[in-house]
Design a protein. Structure first.
Length: 222
């Protein structure tokens, strides 16, 4: 009998030990499940954050400037010197240096640009895009085959005695169309403060100033 009781006691101890082991394993499994779930949620959060960064991320100063530029509110662009002049009636039809309208209609001068003595005066050193277009309305009897009209944008500076041609082009009158094609000039140039820009035409020819987009002259700091 004592031996049987010892065996029963051992069985009960084994069952108790097995139950305790099962409880410990169950707790370990639950902890593991929570750890796996937490890691899964963390991976999802990291993936979402990575996608957010790839699609733009937090706006920095450059992003804000780009957004402001798209909305037309970039204050830096408003400070750049710019001028756009339009064609006007020439007081001296024989003069080869052209005069311009600086204020009316589409014409304007901004941020230090000056128009004086038929010239745009540059207010500060930098790279400027300079452009001009001349459209013509010569009398029909002056349009001869192979006769050309040349346009030049000239640069003057008080520190240099001789003017410099910075852009030039020509228009040819042919028998086929009996008219001169417009001349458009445009280019990026490094200019200094007080440089003066003029448009020169040779020979002097009547311009088409019927609408403002046919004959114009301008420059702006890039």
């Amino acid at each position: 009998m004592p031996a049987r009781e010892e065996m029963l006691q051992e069985d009960r101890n084994h069952i108790t030990s097995s139950s305790e082991s099962l409880r410990i394993q169950d707790r370990s499994i639950r902890r593991l499940k929570w750890a796996v779930a937490f890691c899964f949620i963390l991976l999802i959060a990291l993936a979402v954050f990575a996608v957010f960064l790839l699609r733009g991320g937090f706006p920095d100063k450059r992003d804000k400037g780009h957004m402001d530029k798209q909305q037309g509110t970039n204050p830096a662009s408003d400070k750049r010197p710019k001028a756009h002049l339009t064609g006007t009636k020439q007081t001296d039809p024989k003069a080869e240096d052209l005069q311009w309208e600086p204020a009316l209609g589409l014409a304007f001068l901004r941020n230090g640009m000056i128009y004086s003595n038929k010239s745009i005066i540059i207010p500060e050193e930098g790279f400027y895009f300079v452009y001009s277009q001349l459209s013509f309305r010569p009398p029909s009897n002056t349009c001869f085959d192979d006769k050309t009209i040349s346009q030049s944008i000239m640069k003057y500076n008080p520190n240099y005695p001789e003017p410099e041609i910075i852009l030039s082009g020509i228009s040819i009158c042919t028998q086929s169309n009996k008219k001169y094609q417009p001349i458009y000039l445009g280019g990026l140039l490094h200019l200094y403060k007080n440089d003066q820009l003029k448009v020169h035409i040779n020979p002097s020819t009547p311009l088409d100033i019927s609408v403002e987009h046919k004959t114009f002259f301008g420059a702006f700091l890039v």
